[in-house]
Design a protein around this ligand. Structure first.
Ligand code: GLU
Length: 487
């Protein structure tokens, strides 16, 4: 889609909270486009809303991108030729442009108070008119201005929207047209001089030489206002960035994505043990496809295959099951060392282990037996806890399942069979238990092994039983079986 020599694409969040799925999908597409084209990714923090954007959220946004592996070429921590990349450090630049627009007559001072605006807005609504600024202060006389001033009113700076329409070609949606009667004169700077989004974003896109704006569809309607700012800055139409508005991400029920229908905050996914490559892989499929039915892709494949032409314009639906399936696949694809590296923080945070070398060895030997079964890393502590608890005890709720005669019988027979075993490996344990419980007693495996599983791991959900017994060791296994056999 590009005829610009060097691609410069930006990710420009306003971190008013943790970055959410929608932000990250945008960041990912920005990154993939920059990497695919060999261009630059500019990371800009839009923090002019000082009441809602905090340092903590800015830092969290930086950390999240790093964690996901979405590196940037210019922006916080790395700097760059067109910085600073925090809008709060560029306020003078915006003020200078706002003044220039006033001087040129593109913008004007508006003295309407919030109450007056609200009153007129309600009246518009009542009369079935599109709500929006009515142009009251467009052409104030010097007299009116001094009257307002004598009342102590401080003006905002408002952009004059000419009659007509704005037409541009969106790289995903094709030609998009906005009639200006629906784009009222808009505020560029507040009475205290601070800039609004539309001013800051447009000025920065021009000054940072942005060639492509890939961002969420929710910002489509702000495009004609941004284009108006470019015009006032004297930018030729051929120099406008190319816009590509990415489709909405909806929740599982087609409603707006929320905690209820698909969790929004990336911090949550991280806590649950979704791997960054799984999140990126899955989010890449929200509105884009690699071209065939392939769903499991690597970051490199994403870079190789990513084009804006393959981005769809219809809303994408978030599907937690699919994300989980991809996460499971990515976990299975980890080398043992990588899997260990990812698992340890979860085990340590859950206080299952302290992280000493001996424990790490045990974890390492246990991981292969759970790698096939888990979907999220957060499942690991519960699965491996039985190997580390000091005073092991089956909780009352599970213990109740072991008191019936049939279970007691299984436990006694099993004990009698494993106790004499000379070597303690899962194949040998399995062989004697199968022959005694399944072949001789004629029990169904689920019934035969569930009592034993609860006895040694404390839960009816655990890693594979025979491997668990092997890992636990003979002494502890036998002690645990004995402890639940009624005297
Ligand atoms: N800062 C804006 C936001 O987070 C996005 C800016 C843009 O991509 O144009 O909503």
């Amino acid at each position: 889609m590009s005829n610009k020599s060097e691609v410069r694409v930006r990710f420009a969040p306003s971190p008013t909270g943790d970055l959410h799925v929608g932000n990250i999908r945008t960041a990912l597409f920005d990154w993939a486009y920059a990497r695919h084209t060999g261009g630059k990714l500019i990371f800009r923090i839009e923090d002019t809303d000082t009441e809602r954007v905090t340092d903590q959220y800015i830092q969290a946004a930086i950390d999240t991108l790093k964690w996901l592996g979405l590196n940037w070429d210019e922006g916080p921590e790395v700097g760059g030729e067109y910085g600073p990349y925090l809008q709060s450090q560029r306020l003078e630049i915006y003020a200078t442009w706002a003044q220039k627009f006033l001087d040129q007559g593109d913008a004007y001072h508006c003295y309407c108070s919030a109450e007056e605006l609200e009153e007129r807005r309600s009246a518009q609504m009542k009369n079935n008119q599109a709500p929006g600024y009515d142009g009251k202060c467009r052409d104030l006389s010097a007299e009116q201005v001094s009257q307002y001033k004598s009342l102590g009113r401080k003006p905002v700076v408002r952009m004059r929207m000419p009659d007509g329409e704005t037409v541009f070609v969106d790289a995903i949606r094709g030609e998009v047209k906005f009639e200006h009667k629906y784009v009222p004169d808009f505020v560029l700077a507040r009475a205290d001089g601070s800039p609004l989004y539309t001013l800051a974003v447009a000025v920065d896109d021009v000054l940072m030489k942005i060639t492509h704006v890939l961002r969420g569809e929710d910002l489509l309607s702000s495009t004609p206002r941004q284009i108006r700012v470019y015009q006032a800055m004297g930018v030729a139409e051929s120099e406008y960035p190319i816009f590509a508005h990415l489709p909405f991400v909806m929740g599982q029920d087609n409603a707006k994505l929320s905690k209820r229908n698909g969790e929004v905050s990336i911090a949550w996914y991280r806590e649950q043990g979704f791997l960054p490559e799984a999140i990126c892989n899955y989010l890449a499929l929200l509105g884009w496809s690699p071209g065939d039915d392939k769903e499991n892709i690597t970051m490199q494949e994403l870079v190789d295959l990513f084009t804006v032409e393959r981005v769809n314009s219809s809303p994408a639906r978030f599907d937690m099951k699919k994300l989980e399936a991809i996460n499971g696949d990515k976990i299975r694809a980890l080398t043992l060392d990588k899997f260990l590296e990812w698992s340890l923080p979860f085990l340590i945070n859950a206080k299952v282990i302290t992280g000493n070398p001996q424990e790490i060895e045990v974890v390492k030997s246990a991981l292969p037996i759970i790698q096939e079964r888990i979907i999220k890393l957060a499942e690991i502590p519960a699965m491996l806890k039985f190997l580390f608890v000091k005073d092991f005890k089956v909780e009352a709720e599970e213990l109740g399942k072991l008191t019936d005669e049939a279970s007691q019988n299984v436990l006694k027979v099993a004990l009698a069979k494993v106790e004499p075993l000379q070597s303690w490996d899962h194949a040998g344990i399995e062989a004697v238990l199968r022959s005694a419980l399944i072949d001789e007693l004629g029990l169904k495996p689920r019934i035969a092994f569930s009592a034993l599983r609860i006895a040694v791991t404390g839960s009816h959900i655990s890693p594979p039983l025979f491997e668990s017994l092997e890992l636990l060791g003979k002494e502890r296994s036998i002690a645990r079986i004995k402890a639940v056999i009624s005297k």
